[in-house]
Design a protein around this ligand. Structure first.
Ligand code: HEM
Length: 537
């Protein structure tokens, strides 16, 4: 860098440099004026009052005052890494998505998170983990915004504020965080029994992963894939960790939360720095597209249900390698904006009512969190594909647009961007029939709240079952309200009599009977399944 007194060479070198705020030898104001003192405010004499004209003081303090942006309303605590996704090519038969074409390498940014804790909370709390991957594909950004559990608490996104309000710290004291049970959460999930399957996953070893590199990830919802011939299939996305699935035990999780609240982010950053990248394989459970969108009696639009791997194999179609740490937590990890609506040709969403609400929520929340409509221009969110939109102006606009007619059609600008055909890579929605009465209702199959929770419990090893019993017993023992405890036992009785009896014994309470009409297992195929998922080491 030039250090000429005029700084002319520096100015020239800085044009077009995204990081020009840190160029040059001298400390400057944000306007590039060199400073000779940044430790003393401008005063009327050494003992006098500070002068309003001190532009450096005012700029320094004002900028500092505005350093914080709102943390994410959920998934506030997170850590991320850059990497590459390499496709094996065997998904080409089911999707035309370019990043899954054989040998294609796509840059990615992946953010792992807890759901309920604030940005400064501990990593090893019992909670769901977010597993969000942004693929910077040649056809635009594709975000797979998943979790480390394959099912969700609720079936319809309209209940998301309810489940999150119930799980977040109570408004009066802001305690406790996610690691210890509190009455509101258990009140909600005991009344809202569609949460039962997800809760038992959270109470299992899956709720306290050993590290990010040993977690599975899931897209949760069923997606619809489209291949080059226009044929469709339904699919569940999976991430399989190359290092295997490993969890902490509860005592370890608690000690780590106190001794090293950064346990997971430290492991990831140190590991990457030491040359040990995080590795995951992307897997697809490809299911036939059908009129009723079910598979072996399992309703594929119900996000509280999974498809057991015994019934549909997970085919591995590519590898994710996370091998580069962010250089600026705020600019990258904090400002990254994932959205289920960031889709590329070949991947469509389904009518899963949870998914449908998410399609609205992410952009909406980011408009506030990231201060206006131009956050796609932030380096971490910028697609690597060419962008040529007609969006203009707005808070924090950084693009200097050319031309004078940002609308279509127009006859004024000579170099108007063209519309693409499907063959030229345009995202063209499948023309699927939509009809039905306007109702606030779910399909009847959504009423089965227990069969897969039962399956999960019964597919666990003895050690895993013991951990589940201990987790429920510990969490429920912290409740103040006895009726909530009893109601949760009533839910567990509908999952499995032995599970209920063991937790009840731990609490010193009688075990209630299950409800005989608790919901018939809707799928004969499920009764043959012995394992929902593989064991956790
Ligand atoms: C954030 C996953 C359901 C609203 C996130 C993040 C993940 C995630 C991984 C963190 C993204 C990041 O690292 O920046 C999921 C999964 C869901 C689910 C797997 C269900 C299967 C919902 C629903 C809603 C919702 C139903 C609302 C209707 C949000 C919001 C954020 C968020 C508002 C914060 C986004 C931001 O500030 O950038 N979700 N979520 N999520 N999610 Fe979800």
């Amino acid at each position: 860098k030039s250090t000429s007194p005029t700084g002319k060479a520096e100015v020239a070198a800085n044009v077009g440099d995204d990081r020009r705020a840190q160029a040059g030898r001298y400390l400057t104001t944000s306007q590039g004026v060199r400073l000779n003192d940044t430790d003393h405010s401008l005063k009327a004499g050494p003992r006098g009052p500070t002068l309003l004209e001190d532009f450096h003081l005012r700029e320094k303090i004002t900028h500092f005052d505005h350093e914080r942006i709102p943390e994410r309303v959920v998934h506030a605590r997170g850590a991320a890494a850059h990497g590459t996704f390499r496709a094996y090519g065997n998904a080409e038969s089911v999707t035309k998505a370019g990043f899954l074409a054989k040998g294609r390498e796509t840059p990615v940014f992946t953010r792992f998170s807890t759901v309920l804790g604030s940005r400064g909370s501990a990593d090893t709390v019992r909670d769901v983990r977010g597993f969000a991957v942004k693929f910077y594909t040649e056809e635009g950004n594709f975000d797979l915004v998943g979790n480390n559990m394959p099912v969700f608490f609720i079936q319809d996104g309209i209940k998301f504020p309810d489940v999150i309000h119930a799980g977040k710290p109570q408004p009066d004291r802001e305690i406790p965080q996610a690691q210890s049970a509190h009455d509101t959460f258990w009140d909600f999930v005991s009344l809202h029994t569609e949460a039962t399957h997800h809760v038992i996953w959270a109470m299992s070893d899956r709720g306290i992963p050993r590290s990010y590199r040993t977690m599975e990830g899931f897209g949760v919802h069923t997606f619809r894939l489209v291949n080059a011939a226009g044929e469709t299939s339904l699919v569940k996305f999976h991430w399989k960790p190359v290092a295997g699935v490993h969890s902490l035990v509860w005592e370890e999780a608690q000690i780590a939360a106190g001794a090293d609240p950064d346990f997971h982010r430290r492991d990831m950053a140190d590991g990457i720095e030491a040359g040990a990248p995080l590795e995951f394989e992307l897997g697809l459970q490809v299911l036939p597209d059908s009129e009723d969108e079910t598979f072996e009696g399992i309703d594929l639009l119900d996000p509280t249900k999974l498809v057991p791997e015994e019934l549909a194999e997970v085919v591995l179609v590519g590898k994710l390698t996370l091998d580069r740490n962010p250089t600026d937590y705020f600019a990258e990890t904090e400002q990254v904006a994932f959205h289920t609506g960031h889709l590329v040709p070949g991947i469509e969403i389904t009518n899963d009512p949870l998914m449908q609400a998410r399609m609205f929520s992410y952009l909406d929340t980011q408009l506030t969190r990231l201060g206006g409509p131009n956050f796609a221009q932030l380096p971490i969110n910028c697609p690597h594909a060419a962008v040529n939109d007609n969006l203009r102006d707005g808070m924090h606009q950084t693009a200097i647009h050319q031309g004078m007619a940002p609308y279509k059609p127009n006859t004024v600008d000579d170099d108007q961007p063209e519309l693409a055909t499907e063959a030229e890579g345009a995202y063209v929605h499948l023309p699927r029939e939509v009809s039905g009465p306007k109702v606030r209702a779910n399909p009847v199959s959504f009423d089965d709240h227990f069969s897969q929770a039962t399956l999960f419990w019964r597919s666990m090893s003895q050690v895993e079952q013991a951990h589940i019993v201990e987790a429920y017993t510990f969490e429920l023992s912290k409740l103040f309200e006895k009726p909530i405890r009893e109601r949760v036992l009533g839910v567990l009785a509908n999952v499995d009599a032995e599970l209920c009896a063991r937790v009840a014994a731990g609490l010193g309470l009688p075990a209630p009977e299950g409800d005989p009409a608790r919901g018939v297992v809707p799928s004969p195929a499920l009764s043959q399944v012995t394992t929902e998922v593989g064991p956790v080491a």
